[in-house]
Write a protein that binds this ligand. Structure first.
Ligand code: AMP
Ligand code: MG
Length: 490
């Protein structure tokens, strides 16, 4: 028994993809595989670790039932429309049903050229494979919807970028790889029939509740808007900066996708940008909701002809949904942030506590993650000394904020000790700090070792639990090991 493929995308009309097999690699070796995800997908672990498994995850073997294809899509990249992108270095092997009956894509990334590779080599250096494996799995553990990593292999081949790197392939699992850009591809060539086929496909697969609506395409748009708002609010609550929110990187399923230049912010700075190519800060931390709205408008435009034959009426209907964007975002954001400071109920002016706290974390340039995590210590009778000194905790204004916050907590139903543990289950201690991800990548490139990657992967599976052995991995970077710039790493 291997992977029980049950494909659906391959049954869509041929213009949705191009059938392409992965290009074999010379000497595949398994770096890391994900046994709990394999279990969820009913893939036997012993097969996954076998030579046949490794050959499958490197693209050297095509299993029976697999119908490899590259998906076509377009996309707005940094605001500019590219009419045809597509999987240039990824190949969908097929789909299978997980133990919950949910359909999941299994895709290789870095598996060779496709019809959409343009001038690219279809390959990936090992660095981006390690980054995506680590960060996507950490996101999952942080309860943030994301594509997953099933396996990472090294190929034995060299990949040339500004210099040469060992090659790698990631096996990525997603609820679907359809993006806003997939809709834009068909809409831009005025192929409304295909936009409809694609919408029906997504509704059936991802949003079946829309079938009950009399206005199913409008209801589909609303569902995607809600899913994406919830996603971006969750990103921001842990200081995550996606880095390249182009419409081809916005998944219809509401999963985080494409971990190229992403990074977690350390000292809180709303204008933080890591990506080397984001020179104007389009995708900076605080601009993510604004960009999301812009991206959702691009999706809405593609759906107009399905929503109403009369364009004006269609625009009116869509506007009603998009007008709700900001109030809905605020509600989502507030709900998560209130939980982060231990409020399970909502009282008038509670948002002030959050806004004041955020302003203090920012003005003291304190670490975003630890500022929230360490709050719970203030509720303990005999707290242990904190391992990292936060300027926030020294601030006079913060010292005035704390008693007001504690007073407000008195109206909560739980005891302070319980609130403190609830907060620790909400505010992670360990996040994929950039310098740690980078250190794991460097160890792989320079020493062909994956020990740090494996240690971090294990640690980040339990981001809320104190692990004394790895306490130092909760610390922010120092001046010496700080990584301030990230790259798409294609
Ligand atoms: P990304 O920046 O990962 O969102 O990629 C944008 C587009 O460039 C997608 O269509 C990718 O498939 C394509 N692409 C990126 N890297 C490569 C590569 N090495 N070879 C071929 N296509 C690539
Ligand atoms: Mg992409």
């Amino acid at each position: 028994m291997t992977i029980k493929f049950k494909n659906s995308y391959a049954n869509l009309p041929p213009k949705f993809y191009s059938k392409t097999e992965p290009t074999p690699v010379s000497n595949p070796k398994l770096i890391l595989s994900n046994s709990s995800l394999a279990q969820e997908l009913e893939i036997p672990e012993n097969w996954m670790l076998s030579q046949q498994g490794i050959d499958t995850f490197s693209g050297n073997k095509i299993l029976s039932g697999s119908e490899p294809l590259a998906m076509v899509y377009a996309g707005h990249q940094f605001g500019h429309f590219s009419p045809q992108l597509g999987d240039g270095r990824a190949i969908l092997l097929g789909e299978c049903l997980d133990t919950f009956g949910m359909r999941r894509d299994i895709q290789l990334k870095g598996s060779g050229q496709t019809n959409y590779s343009r001038s690219g080599d279809g390959r990936s250096p090992i660095g981006p494979v390690i980054r995506e494996y680590l960060v996507s799995e950490a996101m999952h553990a942080l309860n943030i919807p994301t594509t997953r990593a099933l396996a990472a292999v090294s190929t034995g081949d060299t990949v040339y970028r500004d210099t040469s790197f060992p090659g790698g392939i990631l096996t990525r699992v997603a609820k679907s790889h359809v993006r806003i850009g997939t809709f834009e591809y068909f809409a831009s060539i005025n192929d409304i029939e295909s936009v409809q086929i694609l919408s029906d496909y997504c509704i059936n697969r991802l949003y079946p509740d829309c079938l009950k609506s009399t206005d199913k395409y409008l209801s589909f748009l609303k569902s995607v808007v809600e899913k994406q708002i919830s996603l971006v609010a969750k990103w921001m609550s842990v200081g995550f900066i996606h880095g390249v929110m182009n419409t081809d990187n916005i998944s219809i399923s509401g999963e985080t996708i494409d971990f190229g230049p992403c990074a977690f912010m350390e000292a809180f700075n709303p204008s933080q940008v890591f990506s080397a190519i984001d020179v104007n800060g389009r995708y900076r931390y605080s601009n993510q909701p604004e960009i999301l709205l812009w991206n959702l408008m691009r999706l809405a435009e593609t759906l107009l002809p399905l929503i109403d034959k009369n364009q004006e009426k269609a625009i009116e209907k869509v506007t009603v949904i998009l007008k709700d964007f900001w109030p809905l975002f605020e509600t989502n954001w507030l709900e998560i942030l209130l939980k982060k400071i231990g409020f399970s109920t909502v009282e008038h002016n509670d948002d002030l506590f959050i806004n004041e706290l955020l302003a203090l974390i920012e003005s003291t340039q304190s670490d975003f993650t630890l500022s929230f995590r360490y709050l719970s210590h203030l509720l303990l009778k005999n707290p242990k000394p904190l391992p990292v000194q936060l300027p926030l905790f020294e601030s006079e204004s913060f010292k005035k904020w704390v008693p007001r916050w504690k007073k407000r907590l008195e109206s909560e139903p739980s005891s302070l000790i319980d609130i403190s543990s609830q907060m620790n289950a909400t505010n992670p201690l360990y996040i994929p700090r950039n310098h740690l991800v980078e250190a794991a990548i460097q160890e792989a490139i320079q020493e062909n070792k994956f020990d740090l990657m494996k240690t971090l992967n294990t640690l980040w599976k339990q981001p809320f639990l104190t692990n004394e052995k790895y306490e130092q991995f909760s610390y922010p970077a120092t001046d010496k090991n700080e990584v301030t710039t990230t790259f798409c790493g294609t």
